[in-house]
Write a protein that binds this ligand. Sequence first.
Ligand code: 5AD
Ligand code: SF4
Length: 482
Amino acid sequence: MTASHNGKLFIETVGCQMNMLDSELVVGALRKQGYNLTDDIREADTVLFNTCSVREHAEHKIYSALGRLKFSKQARPNQVIGVLGCMAQKDQELVFQRAPHVDLVVGTGQLAEVPRLIDAARESRERSLAVSLDRKEGGRAAVSDSFQSYDPLREPEMRPTPHQAFVRIVIGCDKFCTYCVVPMTRGPEQSRPPRDIRHEVQVLADQGVKEVTLLGQTVNSYKHTQDGRLFRLSDLLEHIHDVDGILRLKFVTNFPKDMTDDLLQAVRDLPKCAQYLHVPLQSGCNEMLKRMKRGYTVEDYREMMSRIRTTLPNAAISSDFIVGFCGETEESHQKSLDLIRECRFKNSFIFKYSPRPGTKAFELHADDVPEEIKKHRNNEMLALQNQISAEDNAQFIGRDVEVLVEGPSRNELKRGDPTTTGPVQLTGRTTCDRIVVFDGNPRLAGSLAQIQIDDCTPTTLLGQIVTREVQHGSSSLLPILV
Ligand code: 5AD
Ligand code: SF4
């Protein structure tokens, strides 16, 4: 049993939704022990960084932040500094070498140990390293066992918004795309039991959660046999769909090859499923896809898109792209742009290739596209995608959409006037994951609202709440709904 602590905790999280979830869980555990969160790193006696290794830039940021802490640590010898997550698993001892004032390095598979290790560091002033086995350090079972999924039950106030929660269903990844560190930093692919997932969704619903996003690096590769029955993602969606209180179910990120018909049909037939699929293409050039070892061709992706469009004609599809991968020519780049024009993604996340030690691409291929060209291709792709997103959004002008209200918009939070009682600027999302901004009462957070769209930007729809006047059978616009 660890001692109760009432110190101040600062945590910085970079990277993907999986990291956001991990931070929420770690903070939840530490809060139970009496820690209080602070936004001010200078007053914290425990400083944690939950890190990302997908691109070098994300690692640089953390090492710079650690460098800045060197002097504050000299002034506060009792301070405990921890590096958690992907960079901890990947760099291990190297973190101590580059930043000797770090006390703990804890990988993605050991996060349950964080409270104990912080106490130990404070008591003994000894450093600790808690990481999982490298993928070649043992048999599959041993390596898998060393990556423990960390999913304790949580406190509602620890979530980013009270009505939305992430639920992990798959940890790790076995795809080994040649540019990617994730199979190393998050270990072998393992699916959690449907029973545990349903229980977690139920608890979250009882706590007021309305929208659950199921997480996995390749979420649609989910497979678990329970009581002799195989559950695929489609079966799991059905299994949790009737949990009372949940209004919307989403899942990210999908792997194109695993986008099977049963899953598309489940999304079509289960009304709570969001009509939104994030299915990264990465490149529109077959040579690049082969070199990335993605396991599909442009033709396969096209075939998948046509199946999605047939079964889910109103679904929005989003993608990820890497520009400037090893050997990418202008012609390959143009093929990616062509695919964006053809598929008309709702949005795309675009990344400049960042060579990662330990990956196959790093070992086998030169990072031969100059930074300037990567930047240029990145901007060109972004401009094209923005144009498509803007055209796409413009189609909604004059139409009504249903949104799940998330809460005050970022602008509103920046303004931050706690005395406001009237309408504020709110944000919500449509079932297709389109962001909608409108004025309304903050109490609407967590409910579904009808919004009439009257304007848009490439990323946002702007509108007003609609209320139906039943006696006249017509709609009228009201600026505020109380
Ligand atoms: N360089 C650039 N982008 C990368 N991604 C993954 N690895 C790299 C890398 N080495 C991108 C992929 C993935 C997203 C999460 O990050 O597009 O889908
Ligand atoms: Fe990385 Fe590929 Fe796995 Fe995605 S599917 S996490 S890109 S290895």
